[in-house]
Design a protein around this ligand. Structure first.
Ligand code: S3P
Length: 174
């Protein structure tokens, strides 16, 4: 299928954005854009180091700059950092380019996928269920407000999830 607009995958760390972005890019024959990876490459610094050295606000500004840069690119699949959709300006930039899909998973699934949370500075070194649940609840309203639609990932295969995403994006197009 030909992708007419960019698909942004948003959601909590470990909800499956990268895995599903890779699958969607294959299915649509478009580029997969890993926001974190691109920012780290541009800055020549790993994300935890960026947080540590310049602080979270600076990293959030880099995310906004990165999204602005996408305005001139052809449609693709963007796997966003877990905090990218928390800033309204970012959400508006994403909306100008395409559809925003929120992926969800239970705190237990997230914990299993994060394997201790190493390399996730936003967790502050705590990958216990209580902390994951708390942070997830804090973010839930903003994630939901940003999303065009939500896809649950618990217990489902990547193929199933991506088929649902494409069906819903195409359905909404026509
Ligand atoms: C963050 C999530 C990370 C990364 C950064 C901050 C967050 O991305 O952007 O560590 O605030 O949730 P992933 O969701 O890909 O882990």
């Amino acid at each position: 299928m030909k992708l007419e607009q960019t698909i942004f995958l948003i959601g909590f760390m470990g909800c499956g954005k990268s895995t599903n972005a890779a699958c969607l890019a294959g299915l649509t024959n478009t580029a997969r854009v890993e926001m974190d990876e691109e920012i780290a490459n541009e800055q020549r610094m790993a994300i935890p180091r960026l947080f540590e050295t310049y602080g979270e606000e600076h990293f959030r500004n880099l995310e906004t700059e990165f999204l602005k840069g996408l305005l001139t690119q052809t449609p693709g699949i963007v796997s966003c950092g877990g905090g990218a959709a928390l800033r309204e300006e970012n959400v508006q930039l994403m909306k100008r380019l395409g559809k925003i899909v929120l992926l969800t998973a239970s705190p237990e699934t997230i914990q299993r996928r994060l394997k201790g949370g190493k390399g996730r500075p936003a967790l502050g070194g705590r990958a216990d269920i209580g902390h994951i649940t708390e942070l997830m609840e804090k973010r839930r309203a903003r994630y939901e407000a940003a999303a065009d639609f939500t896809v649950a990932t618990d217990g489902r295969s990547t193929e199933e999830i991506c088929a649902e995403i494409l069906r819903r994006v195409c359905g909404e197009n026509g």
